[in-house]
Design a protein around this ligand. Structure first.
Ligand code: NDP
Ligand code: 2IT
Length: 461
């Protein structure tokens, strides 16, 4: 039996623009208090006018509403005991947004700021990002308001075990495949996988990606988001006849995406000057020392201020400082949503920035994007530029299905090919719709059209 869907909220045939506005108003009404989700939806709807003009079939009543409405939203209690024996209660989420193109796929975020609206915006972005990869992936996202900061490893393990005790009934290699995001790295994926295996009595590596290499993980999964974004930025530069080598680069964040962005940018000859966390930033005129950064962030799980203390005279720590105030040719926001606002965009422009490419999800505010694009800066939107992580997750799923292990060189070659294809798809789609160079429009239209065509083919489900 097909699942009944709510009657279309779109009042009859109207010009596409009016219909998109009506849908946006409906999303705001239905999901109050979720500004990040509204922001993500607005950006996509604002891009779709030229696509709907060329493809009236995509304006069919009900289709756009389904694109903006998750298939399923799961909210659950996560009780766990801290080291003193006190019971703590967090909230867990999994938003299974779309399974049109494949099983739900997307990361888990553990951060105190997590709520349903944040997870929903991330899941919505993920659907379009995954569509853009051309691979067989639906989209979802999950997480918890659990704050791993200051928690012991046994506490993190008990939390992960409790989280999976509920999540296991919703996930599976053909259903929904989580991975990491903010606050969830290899350690947490290990604890989650162990609990899944124990509860289900199944060796089912395809249920999670980001696993250790000895137990089903892919080479380069943790590197791939940062590496992929640097490749994307290099393509944007090349379109303008420039090379990454010799360019000054600012990176925000000091987590998985930031560290691997810095590493790859340096490998390609760029001069990377900054890293940051939510307390402040470091500026290193000699270029960021990646082994020292990894030691502090990955081994000691410390703060970025320790980097300046140990690096010597070339580095300074700016408490509360922003990396956007450091003169650079290329900016790679790699921490969190809305970290690069209009003021930051103007500061980057004053210093002559030429490329901004998003390692994080939605790190640039809509006004900042307008300012940067309006000034001719080449802008790589996250759903295209940071797709490298989920691409290697798909490679991990392929290896798991074949019980195979690929070499790093093979993963990197394939990753580079997919990133190139995503870049070219965005560029060509933008040009086709009369907006050459506008990768926001190109990414949104290319992703939407793949999704919409498949939705039409599959009927009202
Ligand atoms: P990590 O947890 O490894 O690192 C997160 C970094 O961002 C830390 O430096 C953290 O600093 C900083 N940060 C987090 N929240 C805030 C905040 N509210 N304000 C300021 N700084 C903050 O996460 P990832 O590197 O994996 O993720 C970074 C971004 O990249 C996110 O937007 C994520 O969604 C996106 N992304 C991640 C992918 C992946 O494969 N991991 C794939 C694609 C996108 P602090 O320690 O002070 O919190
Ligand atoms: O935002 C993202 O693309 C991720 N956090 C990675 C998702 C994945 O399933 O690898």
């Amino acid at each position: 039996m097909p699942t009944p869907v709510p009657r279309s909220s779109l009042p009859g045939p109207r010009a596409p623009r009016g219909r998109l506005d009506a849908l946006y108003a409906e999303v705001q009404r239905r999901d109050p208090g979720e500004p990040e989700f509204h922001q993500a939806v607005r950006e996509v709807l604002d891009s779709l006018g030229p696509s709907l003009a060329r493809h009236p079939e995509f304006a069919e009543p009900g289709l756009m509403e389904r694109v903006a409405e998750p298939e399923r939203q799961i909210v659950f209690r996560v009780p766990w005991q801290d080291d003193s024996g006190t019971t703590r209660v967090n909230r867990g989420f999994r938003v299974e947004f779309s399974s049109t193109l494949g099983p739900y796929k997307g990361g888990l975020r553990f951060h105190p700021s997590v709520n349903l609206g944040i997870v929903k915006f991330l899941a919505f972005e993920q659907v379009l990002k995954n569509a853009l990869t051309g691979l067989g992936l639906g989209g979802g996202k999950g997480g918890s308001d659990f704050d791993p900061r200051g928690r012991s490893e046994p506490e993190v393990m008990r939390f992960c075990q409790s989280f999976m005790t509920e999540l296991h009934r919703h996930v599976g290699e053909h259903t929904d495949i989580p991975a990491g995001d903010i606050g969830v790295g290899g350690r947490e994926i290990g604890f989650l996988f162990g609990q899944y295996r124990r509860i289900t009595n199944r060796w089912e590596p395809g249920v999670l990606t980001g696993k250790g290499r000895d137990w089903g993980g892919s080479a380069l999964r943790s590197q791939s988001t940062g590496y992929g974004n640097v490749l994307y930025a290099a393509h944007l530069l090349r379109t303008r006849g420039e090379e990454l080598a010799g360019r000054r680069v600012v990176v925000s964040g000091s987590g998985n995406v930031a560290v691997h962005s810095i590493e790859k940018a340096q490998e390609l000859g760029a001069h990377v000057l900054t890293a940051s966390d939510s307390d402040g930033c470091v500026v290193d005129e000699k270029g960021i020392d990646v082994p020292l950064l990894r030691e502090i962030k990955e081994v000691e799980r410390g703060r970025i201020s320790a980097y300046a203390e140990r690096r010597g005279a070339s580095a300074r720590y700016l408490p509360g400082g922003r990396v956007w105030d450091v003169p650079a040719d290329v900016a790679l926001p790699s921490a969190t949503q809305n970290e690069l606002d209009a003021g930051a965009a103007l500061a980057l422009l004053r210093h002559g920035v030429r490329v901004v490419s998003e390692g994080a999800n939605m790190p640039t505010t809509p006004e900042a994007i307008r300012i940067l694009q309006g000034a001719g800066v080449a802008f790589g939107p996250g759903k295209a530029a940071n797709a490298g992580g989920v691409v290697t997750s798909a490679f991990e799923m392929q290896q798991n299905a074949q019980r195979d292990t690929w070499s790093s060189a093979w993963v990197e070659e394939r990753l580079a090919l997919v990133m190139r294809t995503i870049h070219d798809t965005c560029a060509e789609t933008a040009a086709l719709h009369g907006a050459p160079g506008n990768h926001v429009l190109g990414a949104n239209i290319a992703a939407f059209e793949r999704l919409a065509a498949a939705m039409l083919a599959q009927g009202v489900v």
